[in-house]
Design a protein around this ligand. Structure first.
Ligand SMILES: Nc1ncnc2c1ncn2[C@@H]1O[C@H](COP(=O)(O)OP(=O)(O)OP(=O)(O)O)[C@@H](O)[C@H]1O
Ligand SMILES: [Mg+2]
Length: 112
């Protein structure tokens, strides 16, 4: 299993969620976060306005999926979240050692 963490532009959340639903990804955690990439201190456009601030609002999606689905999920997120402009976001992939469904003790991929 792997955890895919995608940091995206907030206005892309619905499109990304729909695309993930379309490939059968059910479980996810979504958080509102703030961050910056390599343009620290430079202007970035957000909702048509130029910001000169260090930390911009972003949305973080976390999904734990079977390792065999990682590339498919990455492709789906990238296709839905890309505008081609700076600040589109980033995806990080982590190893996950275990998953447990609390309700019934399902383990590993059965718990996803
Ligand atoms: N190295 C990193 N570690 C942790 N979070 C990061 C890292 N790089 C980017 N992020 C997060 O991703 C968000 C979007 O990053 P962003 O797309 O601006 O990356 P970038 O490297 O500056 O690429 P671009 O040149 O396309 O803007 C940031 O606001 C931050 O929350
Ligand atoms: Mg950037």
């Amino acid at each position: 299993m792997k955890k895919i963490e995608a940091i995206i532009q907030p206005f892309k959340l619905e499109e990304v969620k729909e695309a993930l639903k379309g490939i059968g990804i059910d479980g996810m955690t979504v958080s509102e976060v703030r961050g910056h990439g390599r343009q620290k201190g430079h202007k970035e456009v957000y909702r048509g306005q130029e910001y000169q601030v260090d930390l911009l609002p972003k949305v973080k999606l976390e999904m734990v999926v079977a390792a065999s689905r990682v590339e498919e999920v990455i492709k789906t997120v990238v296709a839905a979240a890309r505008t081609g402009k700076i600040g589109d976001g980033k995806i990080f992939v982590y190893e996950v050692s275990e998953a447990i469904r609390i309700r019934n003790d399902d383990r590993s991929e059965a718990a996803l």
